[in-house]
Write a protein that binds this ligand. Sequence first.
Ligand SMILES: [Mn+2]
Length: 363
Amino acid sequence: MSIDINKISENLIAIFKSNDSVLIAIKGSPDPDVLASSLFLKEFAALYDCDCKIYSPVRASLPQNQMMISRLSIKLDEKLPDLSHYSGYAICDFQTPDYEGISENLTCLIHIDHHAPAESAITPSFQYINQDVNAVSTILSGLFLLHYEKFEEKIAEVLGTALSYGILSDTDNLVIATKEDKNMYENISKFCNKKIINQLTEMPYSEETLTMISKALIASIYYKDWLLAGIGYVPAKMRDSLAITADFLLEKEEVTTVVVFAIVENETSMNIDASFRTIDTNLDLNRLIKRITPNGGGRKYKGAYQLDVSYFRLSEDKQRLWETVKEATMENIKRGRDRIRLDEMKNFFDDLKHHFSDFFTDK
Ligand SMILES: [Mn+2]
C-alpha cells in the first residue's frame, strides 16, 4: 500500500486547525521512530497554531536514544499534564490508540502506526495504519517533504535528522527497509545533520558495552563538577569497556571529570578497576591517582588504576563485597579530588606570596 500523503496531510491540517492544543503521548520507552514522529507532529501542528506537548512517562534507556533526545533538544514531559488544557491526544508507533489514564478523559484525534493493528474500543478521529513500511517516520517523512518550505530552516534540519534516524533505527540501517522506506530515506536524509546522524549510528558499541553504559548512567552520581559511576561486577574480557563508558559519559554529561569503576573478575583473580577521563587541563590525574594507590597512573585527560582484591574472591556475599568496594572507592576518589583542589589553591597562594614578597623586597 503506497502512502497517501495528500489524504494524511488534509486530515492532520484539519485537526490542527480546529484544535488549540493536543497532547502527544508516547507509550513505553521512547525509541527513535516514536520520538521523531511525535516531534514532527508537534512542529507540524505549530504551523497551524496548535500547541502540543509530548508526554513520555518512561525515560529512554538506550544511550543512543538518550543522545538523540539531548542532541535534538526534544522536550518530553514525564509528568502527565492537566488534561483539561487539551482538546485531544495523538499517538504514534503503537498498535492501538488506547492510553490508560488519557483515553478515559480525552478524545483520540490521531493514531498513526505501521504495526499490525490490535483490537481497540477507541475510534480515533483520524487513523492511518500502513504495514508496508517499517517506520512511522517513513510515513511522516512524506508529509515533511510535502511541507518542508513552511518550516524554519533550523527546525527543518532537526526534523530531517530525527525522521532520518527514525527510519534507520526501525529498518536496521535500511537492511530490512521496503522500497517505500528507502525512497523516503533517500529524500529526507538530504535535510539531516550528517554529523549528528553519524554520531547516533556509528556508536561502535557492542550490546555488552551498551549494557555497561546503561548501568553507568543509572548508577552515576555527581560530586561537585565530577561524575562517579560504580557499575558492579564485570567479566575480565569487558575491561576495555570501562574506558569506553567513561569516554561516553564525559562527552554526554556536563562535568569536567568522569570516573567509572567496577570489580573486574575472571576465574582466578579479582581487581578493582577504575578509569578516569577529564577535560580539565589543570588536573594532575597522575598525582591524584598515585595518592589513591601506587598501582596506577595517568597522563593528560586519562588515567586508571587497578587494585588486586583476589583475596576476597572467597567471600560468599558478593553483593556486600561490592557495596564495601563501592563505598570505599567513592570516598577515596572524592577525597582525592578535594585534596588536589586544595593543593592547587595552596600553590596559587604560594605563588602570590612570592609575588608580593618580590614586590616588597623590591627585587
Ligand atoms: Mn516504529
